[in-house]
Design a binder for this molecule. Structure first.
Ligand SMILES: *[C@@H]1O[C@H](CO)[C@@H](O)[C@H](O)[C@H]1NC(C)=O
Length: 435
């Protein structure tokens, strides 16, 4: 009797106290990240990386900038991981471990934006915002380091090379640094959604993706005497048309898939039929079965259709340089957790659900190994009605996004450590009760 009188109020106070910790920490993080001193520091890093874009597995300078900043913050790290990658550790150094990831590589795109910190490397550009991704993770590292007494475990900071086709995530996982990590979070900047708004979904978010390349061989000759040649240009044209029948005629309309031929190379003169033509492209699907079925049919159609025109064809799929990426599938229980934390920091009206996209991400590789959650963070302002999309030479980062990303990263992992310690304590208590 005596017990029941005060157990309930104490329990309520305990819960309020816990909530206070998590919400209090989150709100602080955004305020801290927006302070001039922190924002200016992040903007400086982002511009430095933007001026010196490096392609996949060549991010040596980017990697050095990351390590310099971690050194200054007093954060220990492992290097090299996956060639140029850096993996930092903040917190107790003890389990539980939770990870957060940023990708480091740029694209082979010539920047067309004229501004003071334009890419200094001809033909290379951070046109997908990875310069901002790296900066936001460094921002989170700083915030977490300043609060490491609050961390109930260890945050693993993954700076990953080669997201744009190189499969850097595969090498990070293979390196074993994520062993014992309970969950991983990652984000991508979104030029089309409002600044400070996050969007994602439970389950499938992004498609699985693969590349193919085919050489269609005929017999070259004079363009005016076609009967003495075997024309690979016409054969390749028919191959491409036939490939477009795969999704439209062989696939359930409710099971979204894409086949795009994006490369067509052959010939060089007006009056010469060339010996061969090379075509290449990408294919996307959400399920493994659909993906493998599509891959098989792409090969059959290319070879079969080339044969109809008396040509031979060879087809190659992903190689070590361009591995297949699985679909990005968000863990269901992390979805609820994400919505709660994001709602605390940004306000519930800035947390949106979205439809899946046919784009792809090698973050999916982590999600095949451990529960993971990936989301988009908006950066559109009222003044810019039509921002360029990612991979465009006109792509621009709204640097006001940096504090939001830093705070989101830091809050997701810091609160996650509190959350799983609580759930483990609960489990232990329940277990104890049973005994
Ligand atoms: C196709 O391959 C067959 C068998 O190797 C060969 O006999 C034929 O000449 C090839 N045709 C072309 C157009 O290359």
């Amino acid at each position: 009797m005596i017990l029941s009188k005060w157990v309930f109020p104490v329990f309520i106070i305990f819960i309020l106290f816990k909530l206070q910790i998590s919400i209090g920490v989150s709100k602080d993080f955004l305020k801290i990240a927006k302070q001039d001193e922190v924002l200016d520091w992040m903007v400086g890093i982002r511009r430095k990386i933007h001026e010196n874009p490096e392609l996949g597995y060549e991010e040596f300078e980017t990697s050095r900038i990351i390590r310099d900043e971690l050194d200054k913050l007093g954060i220990v790290y492992k290097y090299p991981v996956a060639v140029t990658g850096v993996v930092g550790f903040v917190g107790s150094g003890e389990p539980p471990f939770v990870a957060v990831r940023a990708d480091m590589d740029a694209l082979p795109v010539q920047e067309m934006v004229e501004w003071e910190h334009k890419s200094k490397v001809p033909g290379k550009m951070h046109a997908c915002g990875h310069d901002a991704h790296v900066t936001m993770l460094l921002g989170a590292a700083k915030i977490l380091k300043d609060h490491d007494h609050l961390l109930k475990g260890t945050v693993v900071l993954v700076f990953q090379p080669a997201e744009e086709g190189g499969g850097g995530a595969i090498r990070v996982v293979d390196s074993g640094v994520l062993k014992n990590v309970k969950a991983i979070f990652g984000l991508h900047v979104s030029p089309g959604s409002p600044l400070g708004q996050v969007s994602s979904r439970s389950g499938i978010l992004l498609a699985a993706s693969g590349f193919f390349e085919a050489v269609i061989t005929g017999k070259g000759g004079h363009a005016a005497i076609p009967q003495h040649s075997i024309d690979p240009i016409l054969a390749a044209s028919n191959v491409i048309v036939s490939l477009q029948h795969l999704v439209s005629r062989e696939v359930d309309p409710l099971d979204s898939q894409v086949v795009t031929v994006a490369k067509f190379q052959g010939g060089g003169a007006f009056n010469v039929i060339p010996d061969s033509v090379t075509i290449g492209g990408t294919f996307r699907a959400f399920s493994k079965e659909s993906f493998m079925q599509l891959k098989q049919r792409i090969e059959e159609v290319i070879i079969g259709q080339a044969t109809v025109q008396r040509c031979n064809a060879t087809v190659e799929f992903s190689s070590k340089e361009k591995p297949f990426y699985p679909a990005t599938i968000n863990d269901n229980s992390l979805h609820k957790y994400f919505q709660n934390v994001a709602g605390d920091i940004l306000g519930p009206s800035n947390v949106k659900d979205m439809l899946p996209l046919m784009g792809s991400e090698d973050f999916s590789v982590y999600q095949e190994a451990i529960p993971g959650y990936f989301y988009f963070l908006g950066m559109k302002t009222e003044s810019n009605k039509n921002p360029a999309s990612a991979h465009s030479p006109f792509f621009e980062i709204n640097e006001d996004i940096l504090p939001f990303g830093a705070a989101m990263h830091a809050s997701l992992v810091a609160n996650y450590l509190i959350e799983i310690q609580d759930s483990e304590t609960r489990l232990n208590e329940e277990h104890h009760d049973e005994l």
